[in-house]
Design a protein around this ligand. Structure first.
Ligand SMILES: Nc1ncnc2c1ncn2[C@@H]1O[C@H](COP(=O)(O)OP(=O)(O)OP(=O)(O)O)[C@@H](O)[C@H]1O
Ligand SMILES: [Mg+2]
Length: 285
């Protein structure tokens, strides 16, 4: 991780061919090295378009996208950008290309021309980091959705990325798969300093981010720490977005006259604040 691992979008507008309106307009944003940024927005707001601009799958119609010091407009840098900023998509089945897990993880390395003797330790290390080494000889179709997503993450990790962009990577998973994939990516962020752009519809996932960006109609409408952004409950609802359940409950209790402070997002926050009100002598600060 170093200073050039930043992602910077400057006055970015993107218009699909023949679309009457741009999908994104006037976006300026930065994601700092080692940050975990969640991107929220209702359907069609432009989240996937943003992810594809960062991964150089699309080029901005106007403005610039710079990933790890590389401008995505420079065609000769596209593969370097994709190696450094790996992307996980929603459907785990669409990301599996091989019939054996280890070959699937090898795929990206083969494309990069990494020599075989270097590939083997990289594959082993990537699979063990996502705790999928036991399955290295398994057929991907025998795995759960969460396990398939972890194999996809291993494929990215083997390429030694600085950034992971996850476009609703947990949307098709059951609650346990969702938890294992989110925990894997959070661990990579915390322990390896990998920068994460986490697009999600799940407010409880966004609550764990360092920072939240909210996109509506192709523009950034709100930005800040999750506690600050989610406390703007009415504004979020106007953008057809929810807030974490405990934030909504706190808002409702406050409107009934209960003097709860702002910034409640989790069950633990709620238990602490309600205990403080009901049994002040017992509360721990
Ligand atoms: N290939 C395409 N061609 C034309 N328009 C597109 C294309 N892909 C997306 N769009 C339009 O661009 C806008 C932004 O789409 P995008 O997929 O980025 O939204 P999103 O926030 O990811 O939505 P979702 O939550 O449904 O995944 C939408 O109006 C969408 O209809
Ligand atoms: Mg999308």
């Amino acid at each position: 991780m170093n200073g050039t691992d930043r992602i910077t979008l400057t006055d970015v507008t993107f218009r699909y061919d023949e679309a009457p309106e741009p999908a994104l307009s006037g976006i300026s944003a930065a994601v700092h090295p080692g940050e975990f940024v969640a991107v929220l927005g209702h359907n069609g707001s432009g989240k996937s378009t943003l992810a594809k601009l960062i991964n150089a799958l699309y080029l901005p119609t106007e403005g610039n996208v710079v990933v790890c010091g590389y401008d995505t407009r420079k065609e000769e840098l596209v593969w370097e950008i994709r190696r450094r900023a790996g992307m996980i998509f929603q459907n785990p089945d669409n990301q599996i290309v091989a019939t054996v897990v280890r070959e699937d993880v090898a795929f990206g390395l083969e494309n990069l021309g990494v020599p075989t003797d270097e590939m083997i330790p990289r594959i082993e290390s990537a699979l063990s980091t996502v705790r999928m080494n036991r399955f290295e000889n398994s057929a991907p179709h025998t795995l759960s959705g969460g396990q398939k997503q972890r194999v996809a993450i291993a494929g990215i990790l083997a390429m030694e990325p600085s950034v992971i962009i996850a476009d609703e990577a947990t949307a098709m998973l059951d609650p346990s798969g969702r938890k294992e994939v989110l925990e894997t990516v959070r661990m990579l962020n915390r322990q390896k300093g990998i920068t994460v752009v986490w697009i999600t519809h799940f407010m409880e996932e966004a609550a764990l981010a360092d920072r939240v960006l909210v996109i509506t109609g192709g523009k950034i409408q709100a930005e800040g720490a999750p506690r600050e952004v989610f406390d703007r409950v009415e504004e979020m609802r106007k953008m057809h977005l929810d807030v974490p359940h405990m934030t909504a409950l706190a808002d409702q209790l406050r409107s009934e006259g209960m003097p709860l402070p702002s910034g409640i997002m989790t069950v633990d926050d709620m238990v602490r604040e309600v205990s403080r009100l009901l049994c002040p002598s017992k509360s721990v600060t």
